[in-house]
Design a protein around this ligand. Structure first.
Ligand SMILES: NC(=O)N[C@@H](CC(=O)O)C(=O)O
Ligand SMILES: [Zn+2]
Ligand SMILES: [Zn+2]
Length: 425
């Protein structure tokens, strides 16, 4: 069985046909033929997207999301590989749990699932988890994170950074100094005072990033900074890279687009960790992504059932879904503004996250001999976001009613269509 994708603009540039046989790209050229034909005229072909930061909620919170529904949402968003965060119930802190999540992803076949292992047992921040056992498991874990919580103990963080060097792992830090953010509800600034909500100062994020890049330098290890959100964080990462420190950083689509003025509505749909920041911070993270200080866009897709979001602000859960809107938000904030080309989008949403997470079969170029992980995207489409129109079990999108550019038309995972004509297969 062979499939030919006809007339796609490869990375938004030259028009060509892509022939897929046995899950691999076997030819790129003109006038190619296959058993099946997918018409891609006017569509952009990108390598399958890779999300380094997804919450799939299984095991334990299958009312919010499962590996099946989360990877279906991923496929609809153009992703062929997602890294599943460890803050499940039980926590993914053993070889057993990470293997279970990895296997579920393989069985369902909508996207490859690379489990992230917890850094500390039960995310409790007290004892290192069995990092080596998770690395050696069938899931071959390379990314470790206590995301949702910060590894705030400097000694534990140092030991984790040292430990993962043995298997080329990386510690992905949720940078939040806990004492500086006790009871915090939104970005600290004039608005938090006005609204009477406890503020979350930028320094709570920046202090941890500054400490961690110095620790990474000291032990010669690899650090990844999750969902960086402030101008100061961008500046610290820029400084660290200029010193040759092995640090990478991510920004979420929502921090590229939304700012803290939305909190005036007191609608908890905008409650997220780290909080939506100021307009100046939004500009700074866009600049950081454009100049390469920030390496990747990662969704931090954080599904929550409606009862945990439709309540008063203080009681609501932190988090928003994002897999199915990520590429559109990146188009709107970075491509349509001239800050990134589509080729650079392929780097920040596919090649770079795959490399950071050591997902060796993903993030590969669209080239002969490479696995056929491909997304076809229509940048001219417009859609108004309807929360019920999602494969996710949760509906907590902050974009309800917004018109966003672009639409994923098809996604191929190793040559197999997971989405065709915008519909799950
Ligand atoms: N981002 C969030 O607001 N929430 C995440 C946790 C996290 O990413 O820190 C969650 O698990 O719900
Ligand atoms: Zn986090
Ligand atoms: Zn997260």
């Amino acid at each position: 069985m062979s499939t030919v994708i006809k007339g796609a603009r490869i990375l938004g540039d030259e028009v060509a046909d892509i022939l897929i046989e046995g899950g691999v790209i076997t030819q790129i050229g003109t006038d190619l033929n296959g058993d099946e034909t997918v018409d891609a005229e006017g569509l952009i072909a990108l390598p399958g997207l890779v999300d380094l930061h997804t919450h799939l909620r299984e095991p334990g919170r299958e009312d919010a999301e499962t590996v099946l529904t989360g990877t279906q949402a991923a496929a609809r968003g153009g992703f062929t590989c997602v890294f599943a965060m460890a803050n499940t119930e039980p926590v993914a802190d053993t070889a057993g749990v990470v293997e279970q999540v990895w296997r579920l992803g393989r069985e369902h076949g909508y996207a490859d699932v690379q489990p992230i292992g917890a850094v500390t047992v039960g995310l409790a921040g007290e004892h290192l988890a069995e990092l080596g056992a998770m690395a050696d498991s069938a899931a071959q874990v390379r990314v470790f994170s206590d995301d949702g919580k910060c590894v705030s103990d400097a000694v534990l963080m140092r030991r984790a950074l040292e430990y993962v060097k043995a298997f080329d792992g990386v510690i992905a830090q949720h940078a939040q100094e806990p004492r500086l953010t006790e009871g915090a509800q939104m970005n600290e600034g004039p608005l938090s005072g006005e609204l009477g909500l406890t503020g979350w100062p930028a320094v709570a994020e920046e202090a941890i990033i500054a400490r961690d890049v110095l620790l990474a330098e000291h032990v010669g290890s690899r650090l990844h900074v999750c969902h960086l959100s402030t101008r100061g964080s961008v500046e610290i990462v820029r400084w660290a890279k200029s010193r040759g420190i092995d640090v990478t950083a991510e920004v979420t689509p929502h921090h590229l687009l939304l700012d803290d003025e939305l909190v005036r509505s007191y609608d908890p749909i905008y409650k997220v960790n780290p909080p939506l920041r100021s307009k100046d911070d939004v500009l700074a993270v866009r600049e950081g992504l454009a100049d390469g200080t920030i390496d990747i866009v990662a969704t931090d897709h954080a599904p929550h059932p409606m009862e945990d979001k439709e309540c008063e602000w203080q009681a609501a859960a932190f988090g928003m879904i994002g897999l199915e809107t990520a590429l559109s938000i990146v188009q709107q904030t970075m491509v349509d503004t001239g800050a990134l080309t589509w080729a650079r989008v392929a780097e920040v949403m596919s090649a770079n996250p795959a490399r950071i997470g050591r997902a060796t079969t993903h993030g590969r170029p669209l080239a002969v001999g490479e696995p056929a992980h491909v997304v076809l995207y229509d940048p001219t489409a417009k859609r108004t976001i309807e929360p019920a129109d999602t494969a996710s079990l949760s509906r907590n999108t902050p974009y309800a009613g917004r018109e966003l550019p672009g639409r994923v038309v098809a996604t191929f995972l190793a040559g197999k269509p997971t989405v065709l004509e915008g519909k799950l297969q």
